[in-house]
Ligand binder design. Structure first.
Ligand code: HEM
Length: 402
Protein backbone atom coordinates (compact mmCIF):
# COMPACT_ATOMS: atom_id res chain seq x y z
CA UNK A 1 0.00 0.00 0.00
CA UNK A 2 1.09 3.56 -0.61
CA UNK A 3 0.90 6.44 1.89
CA UNK A 4 -2.36 6.91 3.88
CA UNK A 5 -5.06 8.56 1.83
CA UNK A 6 -5.64 12.28 1.95
CA UNK A 7 -8.94 13.32 3.58
CA UNK A 8 -11.34 16.07 2.46
CA UNK A 9 -13.83 17.28 5.03
CA UNK A 10 -16.77 17.71 2.61
CA UNK A 11 -17.70 17.52 -1.05
CA UNK A 12 -16.31 20.70 -2.62
CA UNK A 13 -19.28 22.68 -3.96
CA UNK A 14 -18.10 26.32 -4.03
CA UNK A 15 -17.55 27.37 -7.63
CA UNK A 16 -14.97 30.08 -8.33
CA UNK A 17 -16.66 33.51 -8.10
CA UNK A 18 -17.75 34.83 -11.49
CA UNK A 19 -17.25 31.44 -13.20
CA UNK A 20 -20.69 29.80 -13.27
CA UNK A 21 -19.53 27.01 -15.61
CA UNK A 22 -16.36 25.98 -13.80
CA UNK A 23 -16.24 23.28 -11.12
CA UNK A 24 -14.97 24.13 -7.63
CA UNK A 25 -11.21 24.74 -7.87
CA UNK A 26 -10.48 22.25 -5.08
CA UNK A 27 -11.64 19.43 -7.37
CA UNK A 28 -8.83 20.11 -9.85
CA UNK A 29 -6.25 20.09 -7.03
CA UNK A 30 -7.61 16.81 -5.72
CA UNK A 31 -7.63 15.23 -9.19
CA UNK A 32 -4.01 16.16 -9.67
CA UNK A 33 -2.72 15.10 -6.26
CA UNK A 34 -5.27 12.69 -4.73
CA UNK A 35 -7.65 11.37 -7.42
CA UNK A 36 -8.96 8.93 -4.81
CA UNK A 37 -9.27 10.65 -1.45
CA UNK A 38 -11.15 9.94 1.73
CA UNK A 39 -14.13 12.21 2.26
CA UNK A 40 -16.28 12.97 5.28
CA UNK A 41 -19.94 12.76 4.25
CA UNK A 42 -22.47 15.14 5.85
CA UNK A 43 -23.86 12.35 8.09
CA UNK A 44 -20.37 11.67 9.48
CA UNK A 45 -19.68 8.60 7.34
CA UNK A 46 -16.07 8.54 6.13
CA UNK A 47 -16.17 7.37 2.52
CA UNK A 48 -14.29 8.30 -0.63
CA UNK A 49 -14.23 10.91 -3.38
CA UNK A 50 -13.08 10.07 -6.92
CA UNK A 51 -11.99 12.94 -9.16
CA UNK A 52 -10.15 11.42 -12.14
CA UNK A 53 -11.90 10.23 -15.31
CA UNK A 54 -10.15 6.84 -15.36
CA UNK A 55 -11.01 6.00 -11.73
CA UNK A 56 -14.60 7.26 -11.95
CA UNK A 57 -15.17 5.16 -15.07
CA UNK A 58 -13.54 2.14 -13.42
CA UNK A 59 -15.79 2.37 -10.34
CA UNK A 60 -19.08 2.60 -12.28
CA UNK A 61 -18.04 -0.30 -14.52
CA UNK A 62 -17.14 -2.54 -11.55
CA UNK A 63 -19.90 -4.82 -10.16
CA UNK A 64 -18.21 -4.76 -6.75
CA UNK A 65 -19.61 -1.23 -6.43
CA UNK A 66 -23.34 -1.14 -5.79
CA UNK A 67 -26.14 1.30 -6.61
CA UNK A 68 -28.41 -0.07 -3.88
CA UNK A 69 -30.18 2.81 -2.14
CA UNK A 70 -30.00 1.34 1.33
CA UNK A 71 -26.18 1.18 1.18
CA UNK A 72 -25.70 4.83 0.19
CA UNK A 73 -24.53 7.79 2.21
CA UNK A 74 -25.36 11.05 0.45
CA UNK A 75 -22.39 13.36 -0.22
CA UNK A 76 -24.63 16.38 -0.68
CA UNK A 77 -24.81 19.15 1.90
CA UNK A 78 -28.20 20.21 3.21
CA UNK A 79 -30.88 18.19 4.89
CA UNK A 80 -29.46 15.17 6.71
CA UNK A 81 -31.63 12.32 7.83
CA UNK A 82 -30.61 10.33 10.89
CA UNK A 83 -32.20 7.27 9.32
CA UNK A 84 -30.59 5.04 6.73
CA UNK A 85 -32.37 5.12 3.36
CA UNK A 86 -34.79 2.26 2.71
CA UNK A 87 -34.19 -0.18 -0.16
CA UNK A 88 -35.43 1.09 -3.53
CA UNK A 89 -39.14 0.46 -4.03
CA UNK A 90 -40.04 -2.16 -6.67
CA UNK A 91 -39.54 -0.61 -10.12
CA UNK A 92 -37.05 2.09 -8.92
CA UNK A 93 -34.35 0.33 -10.86
CA UNK A 94 -31.78 3.14 -10.56
CA UNK A 95 -31.36 2.01 -6.94
CA UNK A 96 -30.77 -1.73 -7.45
CA UNK A 97 -28.03 -3.96 -8.89
CA UNK A 98 -28.06 -6.76 -11.46
CA UNK A 99 -29.74 -9.20 -11.83
CA UNK A 100 -32.80 -7.29 -10.48
CA UNK A 101 -31.72 -4.21 -12.41
CA UNK A 102 -31.20 -6.20 -15.63
CA UNK A 103 -34.80 -7.40 -15.74
CA UNK A 104 -36.20 -3.85 -15.68
CA UNK A 105 -33.52 -2.41 -17.90
CA UNK A 106 -34.09 -5.03 -20.64
CA UNK A 107 -37.80 -4.41 -20.55
CA UNK A 108 -37.36 -0.63 -20.77
CA UNK A 109 -34.62 -0.64 -23.42
CA UNK A 110 -37.00 -2.61 -25.64
CA UNK A 111 -39.54 0.21 -25.32
CA UNK A 112 -37.15 2.99 -26.36
CA UNK A 113 -37.51 1.80 -29.95
CA UNK A 114 -36.06 3.48 -33.02
CA UNK A 115 -39.64 4.06 -34.24
CA UNK A 116 -40.61 5.76 -30.99
CA UNK A 117 -37.44 7.91 -30.91
CA UNK A 118 -37.97 8.91 -34.57
CA UNK A 119 -41.50 10.03 -33.99
CA UNK A 120 -40.34 11.93 -30.89
CA UNK A 121 -37.65 13.67 -32.97
CA UNK A 122 -40.33 14.96 -35.33
CA UNK A 123 -42.35 16.17 -32.35
CA UNK A 124 -39.36 17.99 -30.82
CA UNK A 125 -39.14 20.06 -34.00
CA UNK A 126 -42.82 20.99 -33.84
CA UNK A 127 -42.76 21.70 -30.12
CA UNK A 128 -39.62 23.88 -30.27
CA UNK A 129 -41.06 25.85 -33.22
CA UNK A 130 -44.33 26.45 -31.33
CA UNK A 131 -42.46 27.69 -28.26
CA UNK A 132 -40.16 29.93 -30.30
CA UNK A 133 -43.24 31.41 -32.01
CA UNK A 134 -44.76 32.08 -28.58
CA UNK A 135 -41.55 33.77 -27.39
CA UNK A 136 -41.54 35.94 -30.48
CA UNK A 137 -45.17 36.94 -29.94
CA UNK A 138 -44.53 37.72 -26.28
CA UNK A 139 -41.47 39.84 -27.13
CA UNK A 140 -38.36 40.48 -25.03
CA UNK A 141 -37.44 40.13 -22.23
CA UNK A 142 -38.42 36.52 -21.64
CA UNK A 143 -37.35 34.05 -18.97
CA UNK A 144 -35.92 31.27 -21.10
CA UNK A 145 -36.40 28.70 -18.32
CA UNK A 146 -40.17 29.24 -18.19
CA UNK A 147 -40.69 29.91 -21.88
CA UNK A 148 -38.50 27.22 -23.43
CA UNK A 149 -36.09 25.15 -21.32
CA UNK A 150 -38.75 23.67 -19.03
CA UNK A 151 -41.74 23.19 -21.34
CA UNK A 152 -39.91 21.51 -24.25
CA UNK A 153 -38.57 18.52 -22.22
CA UNK A 154 -41.76 18.42 -20.13
CA UNK A 155 -43.92 18.07 -23.24
CA UNK A 156 -41.59 15.45 -24.65
CA UNK A 157 -41.53 13.29 -21.53
CA UNK A 158 -45.32 13.63 -21.27
CA UNK A 159 -45.73 12.42 -24.85
CA UNK A 160 -43.27 9.57 -24.36
CA UNK A 161 -44.91 8.33 -21.18
CA UNK A 162 -48.48 9.31 -21.95
CA UNK A 163 -48.78 11.72 -18.99
CA UNK A 164 -51.24 14.65 -19.38
CA UNK A 165 -49.23 17.85 -19.95
CA UNK A 166 -52.02 19.83 -18.26
CA UNK A 167 -50.76 18.38 -14.94
CA UNK A 168 -47.23 19.69 -15.44
CA UNK A 169 -47.32 22.38 -12.75
CA UNK A 170 -48.06 19.63 -10.21
CA UNK A 171 -45.40 17.14 -11.22
CA UNK A 172 -42.73 19.73 -12.03
CA UNK A 173 -43.05 21.21 -8.53
CA UNK A 174 -42.67 17.79 -6.93
CA UNK A 175 -39.85 16.69 -9.24
CA UNK A 176 -37.94 19.86 -8.25
CA UNK A 177 -38.43 19.14 -4.54
CA UNK A 178 -36.91 15.67 -5.01
CA UNK A 179 -33.54 17.13 -6.01
CA UNK A 180 -33.50 20.16 -3.72
CA UNK A 181 -30.81 20.14 -0.99
CA UNK A 182 -32.72 22.73 1.02
CA UNK A 183 -35.82 20.56 1.31
CA UNK A 184 -35.97 18.62 4.60
CA UNK A 185 -36.21 14.81 4.17
CA UNK A 186 -39.93 14.94 5.04
CA UNK A 187 -40.52 17.40 2.17
CA UNK A 188 -38.60 15.22 -0.25
CA UNK A 189 -40.55 12.18 0.88
CA UNK A 190 -43.88 14.04 0.55
CA UNK A 191 -42.94 15.01 -3.03
CA UNK A 192 -42.11 11.40 -3.82
CA UNK A 193 -45.40 10.16 -2.34
CA UNK A 194 -47.37 12.81 -4.28
CA UNK A 195 -45.73 11.74 -7.55
CA UNK A 196 -46.35 8.10 -6.69
CA UNK A 197 -50.06 8.68 -6.00
CA UNK A 198 -50.40 10.65 -9.21
CA UNK A 199 -48.73 7.97 -11.33
CA UNK A 200 -50.56 5.16 -9.59
CA UNK A 201 -53.90 6.65 -10.66
CA UNK A 202 -52.58 7.04 -14.20
CA UNK A 203 -51.30 3.46 -14.28
CA UNK A 204 -54.70 2.13 -13.22
CA UNK A 205 -56.33 4.17 -16.02
CA UNK A 206 -53.87 2.75 -18.56
CA UNK A 207 -54.48 -0.79 -17.35
CA UNK A 208 -58.20 -0.23 -17.93
CA UNK A 209 -57.82 1.51 -21.29
CA UNK A 210 -54.44 0.74 -22.90
CA UNK A 211 -52.79 3.61 -24.81
CA UNK A 212 -50.06 3.73 -27.46
CA UNK A 213 -47.41 5.36 -25.29
CA UNK A 214 -44.62 3.97 -23.14
CA UNK A 215 -46.65 3.58 -19.94
CA UNK A 216 -49.54 2.12 -21.93
CA UNK A 217 -47.11 -0.30 -23.52
CA UNK A 218 -45.62 -1.27 -20.15
CA UNK A 219 -49.13 -1.76 -18.76
CA UNK A 220 -49.36 -4.83 -21.00
CA UNK A 221 -46.18 -6.35 -19.47
CA UNK A 222 -45.83 -8.59 -16.44
CA UNK A 223 -45.30 -5.81 -13.94
CA UNK A 224 -47.20 -5.12 -10.74
CA UNK A 225 -49.04 -1.80 -10.37
CA UNK A 226 -46.39 -0.79 -7.82
CA UNK A 227 -43.53 -1.55 -10.21
CA UNK A 228 -45.19 0.27 -13.08
CA UNK A 229 -45.96 3.27 -10.88
CA UNK A 230 -42.36 3.56 -9.71
CA UNK A 231 -40.98 3.17 -13.22
CA UNK A 232 -43.23 6.11 -14.13
CA UNK A 233 -41.98 8.17 -11.17
CA UNK A 234 -38.37 7.40 -12.09
CA UNK A 235 -38.75 8.31 -15.76
CA UNK A 236 -40.74 11.45 -15.08
CA UNK A 237 -38.34 12.57 -12.33
CA UNK A 238 -35.23 11.81 -14.42
CA UNK A 239 -36.49 13.28 -17.68
CA UNK A 240 -37.80 16.67 -16.62
CA UNK A 241 -35.25 18.65 -14.76
CA UNK A 242 -32.07 17.27 -16.32
CA UNK A 243 -32.73 18.24 -19.94
CA UNK A 244 -34.37 21.52 -18.86
CA UNK A 245 -31.20 22.54 -17.04
CA UNK A 246 -28.99 21.51 -19.93
CA UNK A 247 -31.02 23.71 -22.27
CA UNK A 248 -30.99 26.75 -19.97
CA UNK A 249 -27.40 26.44 -18.73
CA UNK A 250 -26.29 25.45 -22.25
CA UNK A 251 -27.81 28.66 -23.63
CA UNK A 252 -26.17 30.69 -20.85
CA UNK A 253 -22.81 29.09 -21.72
CA UNK A 254 -23.24 29.82 -25.44
CA UNK A 255 -24.21 33.44 -24.76
CA UNK A 256 -21.09 33.76 -22.61
CA UNK A 257 -18.86 32.34 -25.39
CA UNK A 258 -19.78 34.44 -28.47
CA UNK A 259 -17.22 32.72 -30.74
CA UNK A 260 -18.72 29.30 -30.00
CA UNK A 261 -22.24 30.64 -30.39
CA UNK A 262 -21.34 32.09 -33.79
CA UNK A 263 -19.88 28.73 -34.86
CA UNK A 264 -23.12 26.90 -34.00
CA UNK A 265 -25.24 29.56 -35.73
CA UNK A 266 -23.10 29.38 -38.85
CA UNK A 267 -23.25 25.59 -38.98
CA UNK A 268 -26.28 23.94 -37.33
CA UNK A 269 -24.69 20.65 -38.54
CA UNK A 270 -22.34 21.15 -35.60
CA UNK A 271 -25.23 20.44 -33.22
CA UNK A 272 -24.37 16.80 -32.43
CA UNK A 273 -20.80 17.63 -31.42
CA UNK A 274 -21.87 20.83 -29.70
CA UNK A 275 -24.32 18.97 -27.48
CA UNK A 276 -21.69 16.41 -26.39
CA UNK A 277 -19.27 19.21 -25.58
CA UNK A 278 -21.87 21.14 -23.59
CA UNK A 279 -22.73 17.97 -21.67
CA UNK A 280 -19.03 17.48 -20.86
CA UNK A 281 -18.27 21.11 -20.06
CA UNK A 282 -21.33 21.72 -17.88
CA UNK A 283 -21.63 18.32 -16.11
CA UNK A 284 -25.00 19.20 -14.58
CA UNK A 285 -25.46 15.91 -12.69
CA UNK A 286 -22.19 16.63 -11.02
CA UNK A 287 -21.73 13.80 -8.50
CA UNK A 288 -22.75 10.14 -8.59
CA UNK A 289 -22.57 7.62 -5.74
CA UNK A 290 -21.75 3.94 -5.30
CA UNK A 291 -21.12 1.72 -2.26
CA UNK A 292 -18.49 -1.03 -2.04
CA UNK A 293 -19.99 -4.53 -1.63
CA UNK A 294 -16.61 -6.01 -0.65
CA UNK A 295 -13.11 -4.69 0.04
CA UNK A 296 -11.79 -3.31 -3.23
CA UNK A 297 -8.22 -2.27 -3.94
CA UNK A 298 -8.14 0.84 -6.08
CA UNK A 299 -5.28 3.16 -6.91
CA UNK A 300 -3.15 1.86 -4.07
CA UNK A 301 -5.87 2.11 -1.39
CA UNK A 302 -8.45 -0.31 0.00
CA UNK A 303 -12.07 0.77 -0.13
CA UNK A 304 -13.75 -1.27 2.59
CA UNK A 305 -17.06 -3.08 2.14
CA UNK A 306 -19.91 -0.71 3.04
CA UNK A 307 -18.05 2.50 2.30
CA UNK A 308 -19.70 5.02 -0.02
CA UNK A 309 -17.82 6.44 -2.98
CA UNK A 310 -18.78 9.83 -4.43
CA UNK A 311 -17.85 10.20 -8.11
CA UNK A 312 -17.31 13.74 -9.31
CA UNK A 313 -18.44 13.92 -12.94
CA UNK A 314 -17.46 17.60 -12.89
CA UNK A 315 -13.87 16.72 -12.09
CA UNK A 316 -13.76 13.65 -14.37
CA UNK A 317 -15.13 15.57 -17.36
CA UNK A 318 -12.42 18.22 -16.93
CA UNK A 319 -9.60 15.69 -16.55
CA UNK A 320 -6.65 16.78 -18.75
CA UNK A 321 -5.56 13.14 -18.98
CA UNK A 322 -8.77 12.45 -20.94
CA UNK A 323 -9.64 15.77 -22.64
CA UNK A 324 -7.02 18.20 -23.95
CA UNK A 325 -7.43 21.77 -22.69
CA UNK A 326 -10.43 20.61 -20.65
CA UNK A 327 -11.48 23.99 -19.24
CA UNK A 328 -12.11 25.42 -22.71
CA UNK A 329 -15.55 25.14 -24.28
CA UNK A 330 -14.77 23.95 -27.81
CA UNK A 331 -17.79 22.85 -29.82
CA UNK A 332 -15.52 21.37 -32.48
CA UNK A 333 -13.89 18.84 -30.16
CA UNK A 334 -14.87 15.17 -29.95
CA UNK A 335 -16.21 15.15 -26.41
CA UNK A 336 -17.61 11.62 -26.51
CA UNK A 337 -16.48 9.56 -23.56
CA UNK A 338 -17.67 12.19 -21.09
CA UNK A 339 -19.42 10.82 -18.03
CA UNK A 340 -22.42 13.16 -18.03
CA UNK A 341 -24.80 10.30 -18.77
CA UNK A 342 -22.87 7.98 -16.44
CA UNK A 343 -21.30 4.74 -17.61
CA UNK A 344 -21.83 1.02 -17.07
CA UNK A 345 -25.13 -0.75 -16.46
CA UNK A 346 -26.90 2.33 -15.09
CA UNK A 347 -25.88 4.59 -17.97
CA UNK A 348 -28.73 7.02 -18.67
CA UNK A 349 -31.70 5.27 -20.24
CA UNK A 350 -33.08 8.53 -21.62
CA UNK A 351 -29.85 9.76 -23.23
CA UNK A 352 -31.08 9.41 -26.82
CA UNK A 353 -34.21 11.38 -26.05
CA UNK A 354 -32.19 14.05 -24.21
CA UNK A 355 -29.77 14.28 -27.14
CA UNK A 356 -32.58 14.64 -29.68
CA UNK A 357 -34.14 17.42 -27.61
CA UNK A 358 -30.89 19.35 -27.22
CA UNK A 359 -29.72 18.85 -30.82
CA UNK A 360 -32.96 20.37 -32.08
CA UNK A 361 -33.76 22.95 -29.40
CA UNK A 362 -30.39 24.70 -29.04
CA UNK A 363 -29.68 25.45 -32.75
CA UNK A 364 -33.36 26.34 -33.32
CA UNK A 365 -33.22 28.93 -30.54
CA UNK A 366 -29.99 30.61 -31.58
CA UNK A 367 -30.89 30.74 -35.28
CA UNK A 368 -34.42 32.05 -34.65
CA UNK A 369 -33.02 34.95 -32.55
CA UNK A 370 -29.71 36.07 -34.14
CA UNK A 371 -29.37 38.87 -31.57
CA UNK A 372 -30.21 36.75 -28.52
CA UNK A 373 -28.49 38.04 -25.38
CA UNK A 374 -28.82 38.05 -21.61
CA UNK A 375 -31.30 40.63 -20.33
CA UNK A 376 -29.40 40.92 -17.02
CA UNK A 377 -25.69 40.81 -16.27
CA UNK A 378 -24.25 37.31 -16.09
CA UNK A 379 -23.37 37.87 -12.42
CA UNK A 380 -27.09 38.33 -11.70
CA UNK A 381 -28.21 35.01 -13.19
CA UNK A 382 -29.49 32.94 -10.22
CA UNK A 383 -27.57 29.66 -10.14
CA UNK A 384 -28.99 26.38 -8.86
CA UNK A 385 -26.35 25.62 -6.27
CA UNK A 386 -28.88 23.99 -3.91
CA UNK A 387 -29.60 20.95 -6.08
CA UNK A 388 -27.81 17.82 -7.18
CA UNK A 389 -28.70 18.94 -10.71
CA UNK A 390 -26.86 22.15 -11.52
CA UNK A 391 -28.35 24.88 -13.68
CA UNK A 392 -30.08 28.25 -13.45
CA UNK A 393 -33.33 29.20 -11.75
CA UNK A 394 -34.08 31.87 -14.36
CA UNK A 395 -32.43 33.07 -17.55
CA UNK A 396 -33.88 36.41 -18.69
CA UNK A 397 -33.01 36.92 -22.36
CA UNK A 398 -33.67 39.66 -24.91
CA UNK A 399 -33.25 40.18 -28.66
CA UNK A 400 -33.75 42.92 -31.25
CA UNK A 401 -37.23 42.89 -32.75
CA UNK A 402 -37.34 42.96 -36.59
C1 HEM B 1 -29.35 16.00 -20.26
C2 HEM B 1 -30.20 15.21 -19.69
C3 HEM B 1 -29.84 14.04 -18.80
C4 HEM B 1 -28.71 13.83 -18.02
C5 HEM B 1 -27.50 14.74 -17.87
C6 HEM B 1 -28.89 12.53 -17.37
C7 HEM B 1 -27.95 11.94 -16.54
C8 HEM B 1 -28.05 10.66 -16.04
C9 HEM B 1 -27.00 9.97 -15.31
C10 HEM B 1 -25.64 10.57 -14.93
C11 HEM B 1 -27.46 8.72 -15.00
C12 HEM B 1 -26.67 7.61 -14.28
C13 HEM B 1 -26.98 7.54 -12.82
C14 HEM B 1 -26.14 6.48 -12.11
O1 HEM B 1 -25.24 5.88 -12.68
O2 HEM B 1 -26.40 6.28 -10.92
C15 HEM B 1 -28.80 8.62 -15.51
C16 HEM B 1 -29.61 7.53 -15.38
C17 HEM B 1 -30.94 7.51 -15.79
N1 HEM B 1 -31.58 8.44 -16.58
FE1 HEM B 1 -30.82 10.16 -17.27
N2 HEM B 1 -30.11 12.02 -17.75
C18 HEM B 1 -30.72 12.89 -18.61
C19 HEM B 1 -31.94 12.75 -19.24
C20 HEM B 1 -32.81 11.69 -19.02
C21 HEM B 1 -34.11 11.56 -19.63
C22 HEM B 1 -34.73 12.51 -20.65
C23 HEM B 1 -34.67 10.41 -19.11
C24 HEM B 1 -36.01 9.78 -19.37
C25 HEM B 1 -36.55 9.62 -20.52
C26 HEM B 1 -33.69 9.82 -18.22
C27 HEM B 1 -33.86 8.64 -17.52
C28 HEM B 1 -32.87 8.02 -16.79
C29 HEM B 1 -33.08 6.74 -16.11
C30 HEM B 1 -34.36 5.93 -16.08
C31 HEM B 1 -31.86 6.42 -15.48
C32 HEM B 1 -31.55 5.18 -14.65
C33 HEM B 1 -30.94 4.13 -15.52
C34 HEM B 1 -30.58 2.86 -14.77
O3 HEM B 1 -30.46 2.87 -13.56
O4 HEM B 1 -30.41 1.83 -15.44
N3 HEM B 1 -32.58 10.63 -18.18
N4 HEM B 1 -29.13 9.81 -16.17
Amino acid sequence: MTEPPYTVTALPTMRPPGCPFDPPEELAQLREQHPLSRMVFPDGHVGWLVTSHALARAVVADPRFSSRHELMHSPFPGAISAERPPPAAPGMFIGVDPPEHTRYRKLLTGKFTVRRMRSLAARVEEITAEHLDAMERQGPPVDLVQAYAQPVPALMICELLGVPYADREFFQRHALALNNFDAVPEEQYAAYVALQEYLHALVLAKRATPTDDLLGDLAREELTDEELTNIGVLLLGAGLDTTANMLALGTFALLSHPGQLAALRADPGLADQAVEELLRYLSITHTGIRAALEDVELNGHVIKAGESVALSAQAANRDPERFADPDTLDLHRQATGHLSFGHGVHQCLGQQLARVEMRVALPALVTRFPTLRLAISSAEVPLRTNSDIYGVHRLPVAWDKE
